[in-house]
Design a protein around this ligand. Structure first.
Ligand code: ZN
Length: 243
């Protein structure tokens, strides 16, 4: 099965549409959470994601914050302002959908969480040391995570139990050969790896091939929509730089 992997769309409809126009030949979609927060189009993004084929969608920390399940004090100032805006902007239908999203899913050899196996919604796997602590906490060969908005692969080395970090390769797909991996596809709607292009991935679960991908989108249009919504200027500007 060919699977489109999305994460951290963050209400950026223009970026989401660019990804959907760029991706092809997939039969299922796995979305790793944070549909909303930061961006100007939460309802439109939720509606669009819901229409995707064979969809599995997880809940992220921003989704939970919009649901009122988390105190906004845990977020930085700009993020909490954007979440306040989002709480006012979302429809009942959007809230109903977000409320039903699971924190953890498993398909064959793939575990899916937003943050990490240790803390599915909250922990950031920011380096190989944090990744190393998480490898014993899932049973499958592969774990897909989002949350950091940075595409990366962590590989467990055997028998040391150590962990190595691999940068994403956009030039050629990566074979998954049974070695245990934690893989982050990067963020559709707010990349933070100094590359403003929308990030996503394609996975072939039978051939066991992973493909990190980037696609440019009309950042200026998303910025225009954010300013019209009076979302924080720092959040507007960061999209152009990818931080
Ligand atoms: Zn996020």
């Amino acid at each position: 099965m060919r699977v489109l992997i999305l994460s951290d769309i963050h209400a950026n409809r223009v970026a989401l549409e660019a990804v959907l126009a760029d991706a092809s030949g997939y039969e299922a979609v796995w979305c790793l959470g944070d549909l909303v927060g930061y961006g100007p189009d939460p309802n439109e993004c939720v509606e669009q994601v819901r229409s995707l084929p064979q969809l599995t969608c997880l809940v992220g920390n921003h989704d939970k914050a919009v649901l009122g399940e988390v105190d906004l004090g845990v977020f930085n100032f700009d993020a909490s302002l954007a979440l306040r805006w989002t709480r006012k902007a979302v429809s009942e239908e959007t809230l109903d959908y977000l409320r039903r999203l699971p924190e953890w899913e498993q398909f064959g050899e793939f575990t899916l969480v937003h943050g990490s196996p240790r803390e599915p919604v909250w922990e950031y796997i920011l380096d190989r040391f944090i990744a190393r602590e998480n490898f014993p906490l899932f049973k499958t060969a592969y774990c897909l995570v989002g949350h950091t908005h940075t595409p990366v692969i962590y590989r467990e080395t055997v028998p040391s139990g150590d962990c190595l970090e691999e940068p994403p390769s956009y030039a050629r797909p990566r074979a998954l050969n049974g070695q245990r991996l934690i893989i982050n596809p990067g963020s559709v709607g707010q990349p933070r790896d100094s590359n403003p292009q929308a990030a996503y991935a394609l996975l072939d679960t039978e051939a066991l091939v992973w493909e990190h991908r980037r696609v440019p989108y009309d950042v200026l249009e998303t910025q225009r929509r954010m300013r019209a919504a009076q979302l924080p200027e720092r959040l507007v500007q960061r999209l152009a730089l990818g931080w």
